[in-house]
Ligand binder design. Structure first.
Ligand code: PLP
Length: 379
């Protein structure tokens, strides 16, 4: 999809907020702990390269992404910090990972064996950097059986082609009030670590944002800091943040058309909205093809420091709002973020469409240009 820059709808990212959030977290870590910034999925919709540069400036030690292409994007942009791919990469691409110094996650014993076979047949001189994933209860990827962990360990001990640079797990319930499942996963990871206790492994990491915020980055000398670095609360509205975070992302647009309609007139596909009296209706150049999904019908955007409801169905490229009075075409409108005294938080928006803040920001499509504030602030 082509980025639409000749249309007044955009994602605005305040890079100083990202730097602030990272510094806040770094201040809580001890001397042995480092922070890897999770910039997968185009930095949760914020723009991977700009965000990664801001994270590096703020003191991140490395980056986590979800696939090889995302890692290569960072390398192509000239970023040289360590990069870990968190999810599966086919062993067909190991040479690419090695040549670009990208660390990969071993999701299974089979993958490790395949990787060893592949590397044995090539003439590459540098070893592949591997982080071994332990599935302690997320049920996604990773080794689960003690026996497989023992075999994996032996494989690393014997291999000249791979180095075990990290061992890690991922918690599924670090952001909930009930900590019993978190504790079960802790116990399983502690047991797994016993198996590897006689190896020197540079990075042990268990902490996503939620674990870092609410569980003291349990058993980690590296944290994988994602949602919170964007200034968002990984629990939504469930748990209170231990320190202030500043949301970095705003979604803004402006009125492209304004008209008055009489009582009884209908708005949008399906004619689902009927004006109750004479009403001012504004049109916004943004719709579900931008990630403003149809469930946002009835949500309030902010114009001139007041709320205005999205009326009628959200279209692919446009939507309509009810205005309190006549506003000029070109008047700015805030969908997410601050406008005057009001703020639409991503958690309010997530609550409105029954999802989590992550899904909204990742859903903002490439059609929206990303603009950056405070790119060159040195604080
Ligand atoms: C996405 C992801 C993270 C980051 O999670 P946040 O909740 O955004 O901090 C950390 N680790 C893994 C394995 C992930 O997939």
């Amino acid at each position: 999809m082509i980025e639409s820059t000749h249309r007044p709808s955009q994602v605005v990212v305040d890079l100083s907020a990202i730097e602030y959030n990272i510094k806040q977290e770094l201040a809580r870590l001890n001397d042995e702990q480092v922070l890897f910034a999770v910039v997968k999925a185009n930095a949760y919709g914020h723009g991977a390269i700009e965000v990664a540069k801001a994270c590096e400036k703020a003191g991140a030690t490395g980056f986590c992404v979800s696939n090889l292409d995302e890692a290569l994007e960072l390398r192509s942009a000239g970023l040289t910090l360590p990069i870990l791919v968190l999810s599966y990469v086919s062993t067909n691409y190991l040479d690419l990972a090695i040549s670009q110094t990208i660390s990969l996650t071993a999701p299974s014993l089979d993958w490790l064996k395949e990787a060893e076979d592949y590397l044995t047949q090539t003439t590459l001189t540098n070893p592949l950097s591997v982080h071994l994933k332990i599935d302690t209860g997320m049920g996604r990827i990773g080794l689960r059986d003690d026996d497989e962990m023992v075999q994996a360990k032996e494989l690393f001990v014997l291999s000249n082609h791979m180095t075990l640079d990290g061992i890690f797990t991922h918690f599924s319930c670090a952001d909930t009030k009930d900590t019993s499942y978190f504790e079960l996963q802790q116990q399983r990871f502690t047991r797994a670590m016993d198996i590897f206790s006689d190896l020197e492994i540079p990075y042990i990491h268990t902490s996503n944002s939620a674990t870092a915020l609410w569980h003291d980055a349990w058993n980690s000398n590296m944290i994988r800091f994602g949602d919170a670095l964007y200034g968002l609360n990984p629990s939504g509205k469930t748990l209170k943040l231990p320190y202030e975070l500043k949301p970095a992302l705003s979604l803004t647009t402006e009125l492209i058309h304004v008209k008055q309609v009489s009582a009884g007139e209908k708005i949008g596909y399906g004619a689902t909205y009927t004006a109750e009296k004479e009403e001012w209706i504004g049109t916004l150049p943004i719709g579900y093809a931008d990630g403003l999904i149809r469930k946002f019908q009835g949500y309030h955007v902010i114009i001139d420091g007041e709320y205005a409801e999205i009326v009628g169905r959200v279209c692919m490229d446009q939507c309509m709002i009810r205005l309190s009075k006549r506003y000029a075409v070109g008047t700015p409108v805030t969908i997410f973020g601050k406008n005057g005294e009001l703020e639409n938080t991503l958690d309010d928006a997530a609550e409105f469409i029954d999802t989590i803040n992550y899904e909204i920001i990742c859903g903002l499509t490439d059609r929206l240009p990303r603009y950056y504030l405070n790119e060159r602030i040195n604080n």
